[in-house]
Design a binder for this molecule. Structure first.
Ligand code: GLU
Length: 260
C-alpha cells in the first residue's frame, strides 16, 4: 500500500446505521469518538470534511414518531433531525476547539458549472479558515432528479469538489468481501482493489440496512466516481471511529480502493 502520510485533505463519510442505535436514536458514544478522532486529525495538521447522514433518523427519534412513509414526512423529519445533528456536532467539535460549518447539497449544484464553482469556493474558503465542513444532502427540498441517491454518492462528489486526497467511507461492514459475509461465513475481506470493473461490482450483494440507504453497490459506484479522478477511497468499519488512526499510521484495515 502506498504512503498514506500524503493524505492531507480527507473526506470522511459516516452512514445512518453507524451513527444511530437500532431504534434510531443517535449513538452518542460513537459520535463522540468520531468527533474526537477527527479533531485530532485537524490538530495534526490535516483538513477534514465530514459527510454525515442521520438527519431523517434523528428527526424521527426526536419526534418519537414512526418511520416516515411519504416524501413530505421524510423531508420534514430531515429538517428536524438536521438541526439536531448540527447542534450536537457543533457542541462536540467546539469542546475540542474546532468550528463546524453546515453545507447542504442537491445534485444540481454539482451539475451546474456556476453553482459547482460557488460550492468549490465555499469549501475552499471554509477549509482555509480552519473550519470542518459538515455536509449532507438537502433532503428537505430534494426531489427525484435532484437527489444524489444516497450519501455514498454524495460523498464521492464532495471529494471531487473539495479536491480531496482521500475519501473514507465509514460503514457497518469491515470492507468489501468476495461474497456477502452476512450469508457466507467463509467470505474473505479484500484488502485492496485496483479499479472498479464488472468482477468487482459483482461482489456487491444487495441493499443496506433498514435505516441507512446504502449498501455495497452504492459504495462501489462512489469508489468508481473518485477513482476516475485519481482520488483513492477506503471502506472501513465505523463501529470504532478510532480505526481512522490505523489508516494514517499506514496499517492495513478495511478495503483500499486505488486506480488501476
Ligand atoms: N441524507 C440522509 C439523512 O441524513 C441519508 C442518506 C443516506 O444515508 O444515504 O438521513
Amino acid at each position: 500500500m502506498s504512503d498514506l502520510s500524503r493524505f492531507h485533505r480527507i473526506v470522511v463519510k459516516i452512514g445512518t446505521s453507524t451513527l444511530t442505535h437500532d431504534e434510531g436514536h443517535l449513538n452518542l458514544r460513537r459520535i463522540e469518538a468520531l468527533v474526537k478522532t477527527l479533531s485530532d486529525f485537524k490538530n495534526a495538521g490535516r483538513q477534514v470534511i465530514l459527510v454525515s447522514s442521520g438527519a431523517v433518523s434523528a428527526g424521527v427519534a426526536k419526534m418519537s414518531t414512526r418511520r416516515p412513509i411519504n416524501t413530505a414526512e421524510k423531508q420534514a423529519m430531515a429538517a428536524i433531525g438536521q438541526s439536531e445533528l448540527m447542534k450536537l456536532y457543533s457542541r462536540l467539535f467546539s469542546d475540542y476547539g474546532h468550528t463546524v460549518a453546515q453545507i447542504l447539497l442537491t445534485k444540481d449544484v454539482i451539475d451546474q458549472p456556476a453553482r459547482r464553482a460557488a460550492a468549490e469556493d465555499t469549501f475552499s474558503t471554509l477549509l482555509g479558515l480552519g473550519c470542518i465542513p459538515i455536509v449532507n444532502e438537502n433532503d428537505s427540498v430534494s426531489t427525484e432528479g435532484l437527489n444524489f441517491g444516497g450519501n455514498d454518492t454524495l460523498s464521492a462528489y464532495v471529494a471531487l469538489i473539495c479536491h480531496a486526497d482521500l475519501l473514507i467511507n465509514l460503514s457497518d461492514i469491515d470492507g468489501l468481501y468476495d461474497k456477502d459475509p452476512r450469508k457466507f461465513p467463509d467470505a474473505k475481506l479484500i484488502p485492496e482493489v485496483r479499479g472498479i470493473d464488472e468482477s468487482v461490482l459483482a461482489m456487491a450483494g444487495g441493499a443496506g440496512t433498514a435505516r441507512g440507504t446504502g449498501g455495497m453497490a452504492t459504495k462501489l459506484l462512489a469508489a468508481k466516481i473518485v477513482l476516475d479522478k485519481g482520488i483513492p477511497m477506503f471502506i472501513l468499519n465505523g463501529q470504532d471511529p478510532a480505526v481512522l488512526y490505523e489508516i494514517l499510521d499506514g496499517n492495513r484495515v478495511g478495503t483500499y480502493f486505488t486506480a488501476k
